[in-house]
Design a protein around this ligand. Structure first.
Ligand code: AMP
Length: 402
């Protein structure tokens, strides 16, 4: 067969998929605990949603979207990120006031593929809409941090910054623009191009970092309200004992952020793509989409990148394997009973030899092997020497207690 997955997309099979399952299970658990119910929006949306939402000067929109005309000639785009879709859904459902949603699903960007940078990749994230107080920022930032801690991302670091708001940002952006013009000859072509369209994003440049030390920083030019907001967010994080660093050059690649912006970095990863995720406040996004003003914030984490930073898959897929001495027709009822009692068990449906069944059990990494002798009798094959025989009915409790 000559088919391969398209460039930059991946098949995920066990054991890697078990690390995924663990990460997504922890995601469901944690977002449930923080009061974020799931929200599902289409994988494909009107192209204009991202042009207006993500921002038409961003790399994502100018270079990376999978855009196509459907059979009726509408311009559609595979979502490069989830936030604009969720804000659209909130507005269209006529939601009012505080609202929370957690998502999990694939996104698409036409990027140069490498490890941790894929064309189809999976994001988990939350949005908290209709809220403007700094405590909301602290809750969202803490949730992402606790989640990445629970997953086990090593050397986790949180960076925060404030980008100001429509009150203080325009003057700051002009000041930054003049500064960048004065050093334009030394800047990379990419940064030079940003001077007119979006100078703030030039601060994000890795290539030009050494040149930007003297550039004015957003955090130094905040208006009083933005400064208070940022100080409150930082104080709340201190109180929650979430460690962070203030990163004056953090701006992130999307256009819609106001005030709080943050990034989670796994120091174990390659420098070019060590951000496992990030987010911020986007008080102007709903209006940019043509809706009413709705403040809010959120973050997105990349699952591939997160898992890349982990040493190994850590979720055994199987609790036990049942080796049958009396054939599969006889064993399936016993296996079914164990499963209905909540145990995770697999067995051989093909009537292979006992030796082959043991081999299969080991290949699947079953931590417990049970031998089925028929007539309700099970043997624990693990405890060498004194193999324990037990009635089938006792096995579920025994498995649970192990
Ligand atoms: P962004 O929406 O650009 O802020 O990205 C948020 C997170 O999504 C990043 O920190 C990555 O973990 C992940 N991500 C973004 N683009 C890609 C990609 N092309 N491949 C894999 N992960 C990605």
């Amino acid at each position: 067969m000559s088919f391969r997955p398209p460039k930059g997309t991946d098949d995920v099979l066990a054991p890697e998929s078990q690390a995924w399952r663990r990460a997504l299970r922890l995601w469901d658990e944690l977002t449930t605990r923080y009061g974020y119910p799931p929200v599902m929006t289409p994988v494909v949306e009107a192209t204009e949603l991202f042009e207006r939402g993500t921002g038409d000067s961003t790399e994502i929109v100018t270079k990376e979207m999978y855009t196509f005309a459907d059979r009726a000639g509408r311009s559609l785009t595979l979502r490069p990120e989830v936030t604009p879709g969720v804000v659209r859904a909130y507005l269209q459902a006529g939601m009012q006031g505080a609202w929370k949603g957690a998502y999990s699903g694939p996104c698409f960007r036409y990027e140069q593929p490498q490890a941790g940078r894929r064309r189809q990749f999976w994001q988990v994230g939350v949005e908290y809409l209709g809220v403007e107080g700094p405590t909301a920022d602290a809750e969202v930032i803490e949730l992402g941090y606790r989640y990445l801690e629970a997953v086990g991302v090593p050397d986790l670091e949180l960076r925060v910054n404030s980008l100001g708001d429509p009150e203080c940002r325009p003057a700051y952006v002009e000041e930054l623009r003049s500064h960048l013009r004065s050093i334009a000859a030394d800047l990379s072509a990419d940064s030079a191009k940003l001077i007119d369209v979006n100078p703030l994003r030039a601060l994000d440049s890795k290539t030009d970092k050494p040149l930007l030390g003297d550039a004015p920083k957003p955090a130094d030019r905040l208006c009083a309200a933005c400064r208070r907001h940022h100080e409150s967010v930082r104080r709340a994080l201190d109180g929650l004992r979430v460690p962070y660093t203030q990163d004056d050059s953090l701006v992130r690649g999307l256009d819609y952020y106001t005030r709080t912006a943050f990034e989670y970095v796994g120091r174990g990863l390659d420098a070019a793509q060590n951000a496992v995720g990030g987010g911020g406040r986007y008080d102007g996004l709903a209006e940019a989409l043509g809706g009413r003003a709705v403040p809010g914030l959120g973050f997105a984490l990349g699952v591939e990148r997160m898992l890349l930073s982990l040493a190994e898959p850590v979720d055994p897929s199987l609790g036990a394997y049942l080796v049958s001495e009396t054939g599969p027709e006889d064993a399936i009822a016993a296996v079914s009973l164990l499963r209905r009692e909540g145990a995770s068990v697999d067995f051989d449906t093909e009537g292979r030899s006992v030796k082959a069944q043991f081999r299969a059990a080991r290949r699947l990494g079953a931590p417990v092997i049970l031998v089925w002798r028929g007539e309700g009798r099970l043997v624990d094959a693990q405890t060498e020497g004194e193999r324990r025989e037990m009635p089938l009915g006792e096995a579920p409790a025994w498995l649970k207690a192990r």
